[in-house]
Design a protein around this ligand. Structure first.
Ligand SMILES: [Fe+2]
Ligand SMILES: [Fe+2]
Length: 179
């Protein structure tokens, strides 16, 4: 990725600064979801799925880590790490079906979240930033589809958990946009 022509984060208009704060928070949570899965799962298939996704999420996180100053990051990072870890750990305890369904729910939300930024990014006109966000969104869509292709029939309990995951992700982004 060519970071040389990426405009400084301090140049971001307030709306996009909030969006980028939420992106950094979300990628932090994503890394910790996979750490949570890997902390508890002994299933080889799930571990290799999580290791593969974790590597991509770490690249996404590194982009925002390097680019944003601490003033542009969420004050609640410990909470996003903890929430991600708990989400991953609970999914891992539920087994394969829970992991795939949870990842599909999270990534469905993340794809919509990134896509919602496209008009503002287009208007802002930083081609390097826009291309990075499009790449991340495409990675998340692959994660969503990979998990979705493995997800099978859901119990009412698992469906309720996935609704909670989607709702929680939405609330976390709302908070991280501001603080
Ligand atoms: Fe990501
Ligand atoms: Fe992802």
């Amino acid at each position: 990725m060519n970071c040389a022509s990426l405009k400084q984060a301090s140049a971001l208009p307030p709306y996009l600064a909030g969006e980028m704060r939420s992106n950094h928070a979300g990628e932090t949570g994503a890394v910790w979801i996979y750490k949570g899965i890997l902390a508890l799962s002994v299933d080889g298939e799930i571990r290799s799925f999580a290791e593969h996704h974790l590597a991509t999420e770490q690249e996404h996180l590194a982009f925002f880590e390097d680019w944003l100053s601490s003033g542009h990051k969420s004050l609640f990072l410990p909470l996003w790490r903890l929430s991600g870890f708990i989400l991953g750990a609970v999914s891992a305890l539920g087994g394969r079906r829970w992991v795939y369904a949870s990842i599909e729910a999270v990534e469905t939300f993340v794809v919509q979240h990134y896509e919602s930024q496209y008009p503002a990014l287009d208007e802002y006109g930083d081609a390097v930033l826009f291309s990075a966000i499009r790449q991340f969104c495409s990675d998340e869509a692959s994660h969503r589809d990979e998990a979705g292709s493995e997800a099978s029939q859901r119990s009412a309990f698992l469906s309720a958990w996935c609704s909670l995951v989607s709702f929680g992700s939405e609330q976390a982004v709302k908070i991280a946009r501001k603080i």
